[in-house]
Design a protein around this ligand. Structure first.
Ligand SMILES: [Zn+2]
Length: 100
């Protein structure tokens, strides 16, 4: 597997998604990730948050796909990176108690 470095801005966004606890595991290899695109318009209250995107792991060859426009144009997005970082963390924790 080749590993390309992620764009730093996307990586920062992904880290914020994790810190906010905005990644929800739906099933094995299927996650719902809340978008971080806040819409601070005059019409909408700031508590209105972005959409949730489904991030799905495809097997053979293993890759991730997301429904957002960023993924469509760049082939990578903060949602996927957030899920990948979480999965990597979980792999490191293996052997410990399963998280609820
Ligand atoms: Zn995405």
């Amino acid at each position: 597997m080749s590993r390309r470095p992620f764009p730093p801005t996307v990586l920062r966004k992904a880290q914020r998604i994790i810190e906010n606890g905005d990644v929800f595991r739906v099933a094995d290899g299927l996650y719902s990730v809340r978008s971080q695109s806040y819409r601070w318009t005059r019409r909408e209250p700031p508590k209105v948050r972005g959409l949730s995107y489904m991030v799905e792991k495809i097997t053979s060859p293993e890759k991730w796909q997301c429904m957002c426009s960023g993924f469509k144009s760049r082939g990578i997005c903060s949602h996927i990176i957030a899920v990948m970082l979480l999965e990597a963390r979980k792999a490191e924790d293996k052997g410990g108690p399963p998280d609820a």
